[in-house]
Write a protein that binds this ligand. Structure first.
Ligand SMILES: [Zn+2]
Length: 321
């Protein structure tokens, strides 16, 4: 959605950190934009111009897997090359943006028809329009001026995503996800999240005074393992239903929580939770909370890869639901 004018902060999905971050909006005077941009870029992005079709050939990344298109004005990542398709219109066309956060939409009734304008969410550059006649899976066609975007190649690291789960004692949860190292999971670490105390230590978290949950943060390659697959494992390894056990008590450090990093992760998590509840395999209500990720405090070193260091499969205590 369009950002209300006058708002100075905006949430943008960063492909470098794989999470949504609050950043300042970029505002410049006309004169400043003129200095930064070519006359054609200025005319299109700042004056809402349209370039002639088939005139400017949009550069293609050398490595198509890693190509992204960023805003010509402010560098915000807007589209992946993988979502580009040949529409025949003469303008670069995409079926989805990198994140709904990175573009904003505005009704546009110029030219005697009602269209939806697409803008860069960070600097309000005019990018083009979005139409409802695109290919699956979204059915959308983002029709973008080539002058509004610049092609860039991502580093490997920038292709990775993060996921954060709390599902009981973090030793066992980390061990379960470490079985996927080399199969899409890149790294894991255990820590504390979701509470109010800064820099918590294990003892405080166990006492329940910090509000933090024990959690595992994963870095994964979404092209090797999907968020859906991670969620399947998340619900497999613990009982997330309300049985009155202390493990899933909503305030306990052992509560069941999905800390989503992007609106897409939130959407998938909510849909999967519903699906699991409706499948009939769960006798009780699933009490997993789905909340936006917060600051993650890595746990003390001796908790990291706890089972692995001790050569055990389970700590044998009652901490694992
Ligand atoms: Zn921009």
């Amino acid at each position: 959605m369009e950002n209300p004018s006058g708002r100075d902060k905006v949430r943008i999905y960063s492909i470098e950190t794989s999470s949504a971050e609050e950043v300042s909006k970029i505002k410049k005077t006309d004169q400043e934009w003129r200095k930064l941009l070519t006359p054609e870029q200025y005319r299109i992005t700042r004056l809402k111009g349209t370039e002639a079709p088939f005139q400017i050939s949009c550069r293609i990344p050398a490595n198509e897997e890693k190509g992204v298109y960023v805003c010509a004005c402010c560098g915000t990542a807007l589209f992946r090359h993988k979502s580009k398709f040949e529409s025949g219109s003469g303008w670069p066309s995409f079926w989805e943006p990198i994140s709904e956060l990175n573009v904003s939409h505005k009704p546009d009734d110029n030219m005697g028809m009602v269209r939806t304008e697409v803008l860069c969410a960070r600097c309000d550059a005019h990018l083009g329009h979005v139409f409802g006649d695109g290919p699956p899976p979204t059915g959308k066609r983002y029709c973008i001026n080539a002058a509004s975007i610049i092609v860039k190649e991502l580093s490997d690291k920038a292709e990775y995503s993060k996921a954060t789960f709390a599902a009981g004692c973090f030793w066992g949860v980390e061990a379960a996800f470490r079985k996927l190292l080399g199969k899409g999971v890149i790294s894991t670490r255990v820590g504390y999240i979701g509470g109010h105390a800064g820099n918590p230590v294990y003892k405080e978290v166990c006492s329940g005074s910090t509000g933090h949950a024990e959690a595992v943060e994963l870095v994964y390659n979404p092209y090797k393992i999907s968020y859906e697959e991670l969620l399947d494992i998340f619900w497999e390894i613990h009982d997330a239903t309300a049985k009155g056990s202390k493990q899933v008590d909503t305030a306990s450090q052992y509560r069941s929580v999905i800390f989503f990093h992007t609106p897409q992760q939130e959407k998938i998590a909510r849909a999967k939770k519903r699906e699991l509840q409706d499948s009939g395999t769960q006798k009780k209500k699933i009490v997993t909370q789905i909340v936006e990720t917060q600051r993650f405090y890595p746990a003390e070193d001796y908790h990291q890869r706890y089972y692995e260091k001790r050569g055990i499969d389970s700590c044998g205590c009652s901490c694992v639901p």
